[in-house]
Design a protein around this ligand. Structure first.
Ligand code: NAP
Length: 275
């Protein structure tokens, strides 16, 4: 989707995957990226938190989220951003018809993607945000980081054992954990916790339908996988790198390329593509 949109925008750029086996290699790769004429790069799981400390400057939203997923290289300096939150809000509004203002939201997870979601919902004036995570300290740390910015939003942390009622009452449920990335994974929460009228967004997009989307659909909830978010966060990164006041990165070009790539991936992996 990146290379497709660079072609459309007439940019002489290429997007390449770089495998980073561990954090020591992350340091080496980032030094190389700083020295070479890269326009920018993305960082994915599990290095988004580590990247925060490797940047020369970090945008306020990324600091609050505690994670950097996009770096702009400007004169050898690394400027860190987080476009996951923007991508999430964009897909919620455009693809799901959901606005978080005054709504009750549950976020499963407390890592980089959950952090970005949490910040977006605070800024989007959600009435209540419940973080549900296995490691409660990690979720509490996220809430503490945003403490001064909460205004009228209630933020709370629950374990999975305590979360059923809050999940059932929520207007929106977000899965920001990797539970469901593998074809034999279970849904991170049971179908019985969800109900018709809720919006459910699983950040996972590799499996279609994801286990959470299948569970949510089985009880009549409005369920979406993470492809829309993937496209929106990627397009927002291109907006940053391209830095053009006139041209907004065309999301439709990226969507078409991403859908085609995903179909090829599913065919190669023998995954039933029912979306
Ligand atoms: P991360 O920083 O590693 O955080 C993972 C979180 O998931 C942690 O809170 C962890 O809990 C929890 N977790 C891990 N395995 C779990 C399991 N089996 N059951 C319940 N909780 C589990 O990862 P991330 O960067 O936030 O990414 C999370 C997911 O979002 C990934 O699947 C990623 O691909 C997806 N994502 C999608 C997009 C998109 O554009 N669609 C963007 C960003 C991320 P503990 O703290 O208790 O260990």
């Amino acid at each position: 989707m990146h290379n497709a949109v660079y072609r459309r925008l007439g940019l002489d750029w290429v997007y390449v995957p770089l495998e980073v086996p561990n954090e020591t290699d992350l340091l080496r790769v980032v030094s190389a990226l700083r020295a070479l004429p890269f326009v920018g790069f993305n960082i994915t799981m599990p290095y988004k938190q580590a990247m925060l400390t490797l940047c020369d400057e970090v945008a306020m939203l990324a600091q609050m989220a505690g994670a950097v997923n996009t770096v702009h290289v400007v004169d050898g300096r690394l400027i860190g951003y987080n476009t996951d939150g923007r991508g999430l809000l964009e897909t919620l509004q455009n693809d799901c018809g959901f606005m978080p203002e005054a709504k009750s939201v549950v976020v499963l997870g407390a890592g980089g993607a959950a952090g970005a979601a949490f910040v977006s919902f605070v800024l989007g004036k959600a009435a209540r945000i419940t973080l549900v995570n296995r490691d409660l300290d990690r979720a509490e740390a996220l809430v503490d980081r945003m403490g001064g910015h909460l205004r009228n939003t209630i933020a709370e942390v629950l374990s999975y054992d305590e979360a059923e009622e809050r999940v059932s009452r929520a207007d929106l449920i977000i899965n920001a954990t990797p539970a469901g990335m593998k074809t034999d994974d279970d849904s991170p929460i049971p179908a019985s916790w969800m109900r018709p009228g809720q919006t459910v967004l699983d950040m996972i997009y590799q499996v279609r339908p994801t286990p959470l989307v299948a569970a949510a659909q089985s009880v009549g909830a409005n369920a979406f996988d993470g492809l829309g978010m993937l496209i929106s966060q990627a397009a927002t990164a291109v907006d940053i790198w391209h830095n053009s006041a006139q041209v907004r990165t065309p999301r439709d070009v990226m969507r078409e390329a991403a859908e085609a790539e995903l179909r090829d991936f599913h065919n190669a992996e023998g995954i039933d593509d029912r979306a």
